[in-house]
Design a protein around this ligand. Structure first.
Ligand SMILES: [Ca+2]
Ligand SMILES: [Ca+2]
Ligand SMILES: [Ca+2]
Length: 139
């Protein structure tokens, strides 16, 4: 009796887990969405539309993106370095964010206010495929 209740509970928990995880991944497909409280960087223009969906979100500063890899659409590791590859950005983090050309927050840079989107960094000071550090002003 006790054993079967436990077994049933385990099955229910396992079912909940398998249902929730794929749903979260599908919703998050960062091509179209960036969660509140995060800054999302994309390897392609226009938030990767029509391109390989290499992306990553941040909740705090990162002074050197050379040790960060892009994520794939399903949150798996692309094993592809983020350094000098950012082409578009969405900011939902709650404050301004500055992208920097070089590690440790130096060189050319551009600042993006909360709730802003820029699908084309080639016409910003930071430029296309140059970002090497991200400064999140509120964290
Ligand atoms: Ca890093
Ligand atoms: Ca732009
Ligand atoms: Ca750089």
């Amino acid at each position: 009796m006790r054993l079967s209740r436990k077994a049933a509970g385990f099955v229910a928990a396992a079912t909940l887990f398998t249902v929730v995880v794929p749903a979260a991944a599908a919703v998050a497909s960062p091509r179209s969405t960036c969660y509140g409280g995060r800054v999302c960087l994309y390897a392609g223009f226009d938030y990767n539309r029509g391109q390989i969906d290499h992306w990553r979100d941040f909740i705090k500063d990162d002074s050197d993106l050379s040790d960060n890899n892009w994520l794939n659409w399903d949150f798996s590791n692309s094993w592809h370095s983020m350094d000098n590859e950012t082409s578009s950005v969405r900011n939902r983090v709650g404050c301004s964010v500055t992208l920097w050309q070089h590690a440790e927050f130096t060189g050319a840079h551009s600042t993006f206010t909360h709730n802003s989107n820029d699908g084309f960094l080639a016409n910003n000071a930071i430029g296309n495929n140059r970002t090497s550090a991200i400064d999140i002003w509120c964290r």
